[in-house]
Design a protein. Sequence first.
Length: 492
Amino acid sequence: MAKQYLLGFDVGSSSVKASLVDVESGQMAATAFFPESEAPIKALKAGWAEQAPDMWWQNAKLALKKIMAEAGVSGSDIKAIGISYQMHGLVCVDKQGEVLRDSIIWCDSRAVPYGDKAFGALGSEQCLTHLLNSPGNFTAAKLAWVKENEPELFSRIYKVMLPGDYIAMKLSGEINTTISGLSEGMMWDFKEKRPAKFLFDYYGFHDDMIADIVPTFAVQGQVSKAAAEETGLAEGTPISYRAGDQPNNALSLNVFNPGEIASTAGTSGVVYGVLGEVNYDPKSRVNTFAHVNYTTELDRLGVLLCINGTGILNAWVHRNITPDLSYPEMNDLAAQAPIGADGVIITPFGNGAERVLENKEVGCQIKGVNFNKHNRSHIVRAAQEGIVFSFCYGMEIMRQMGMDIKKIHAGKANMFLSPIFRDTLASTSGATIELLETDGSVGAAKGAGIGAGIYKDNVEAFSTLKRIATIEPDTTNAAEYQEAYLRWKARL
């Protein structure tokens, strides 16, 4: 019997990645990304960031062609397609499905005043109880900018989509979206359990600009004849899953249930936890979206904490304090300093305004250095501890919202390669860390397997997920970790 495969796309702002997963073994058979150098982002003005949606499509086709050739797979061998994508982007199309302008992507800040004005006019209670967030700089606010600044173009918009919806449209010829996607754009009303009509009315949007809603896990469309000819996929192949990159990253790490946490710690860091009841942070220090398994009958919310100053701080320390050492050697150096870095404290907030600090831009601060007893080992350790403590500070907010955090799922990459970082996070938070081998495009492929009914549920889909290591909290030194954290927090 010929092998069967699942295809996952991960549409990022830097590249589009595609992976094939063997259905039976659950293992990745091939993966590739395009472009191999970082994709361009257009910045016509300061604070703007745009990309051409067709660029994503062309890169998706190139990545697909490469993995099909590498694995020796034909289109008929691929049984379902899943899509992960960069969140919060705006794609506008006309009635022919033609893109009307470049996508305003996640890191574009032009819509901030439009979200802030709506928050002030509608009131915090209305926005937070219905949207669970401020309208902020999300997709709806970006559409408001288009309406005011490009009225002629706005008048020609047939549907608005997120980046993943666009790729699904190119594959199937159908325009649809998900509740999870609408929620990340501030277009879902959690109280009324329908698209956010009150916000559309405020901005002056027609309800019919929103695409038809399909379940996150379901046959959302099928590869069209035109797309089959263009890609080598088989006509009729189901597109059966899509989600934004952070919910999908959680799915990739098998995070589905209340209290489970997914974390990444690259240049910036993310802690994404699942909440089993509708709630929000009254200060909007974290964002709350519909998780991949949210339905109108089942509350499963993804609470997203983002720290801008994470791996970028560690890289700055490496570049400026330990340029003669490799990263593993730098981690060994950090281990020479005691827990709490003998009183040295570093706050990792030197990469712009931090939402967790109510959008304040406080800068990175290094405190408590004594020239007579401290050396660079203390600086290196204090930097890694400072990153961990910023995570724990955000996790306190998540606990206040009702989340019982017991386990953190993470890939063994970036900061999670450091034993100091891992041990400090487990011991300060009190949560067990499981390091797992996966990525977003593999997760999207397995999500497609669930949506197409190839796997009966996430338990079966992720039964082959490889666990690399488990890090338990250090109960022996728990008091020292807590003392160091409280000392750090007192200096914010």
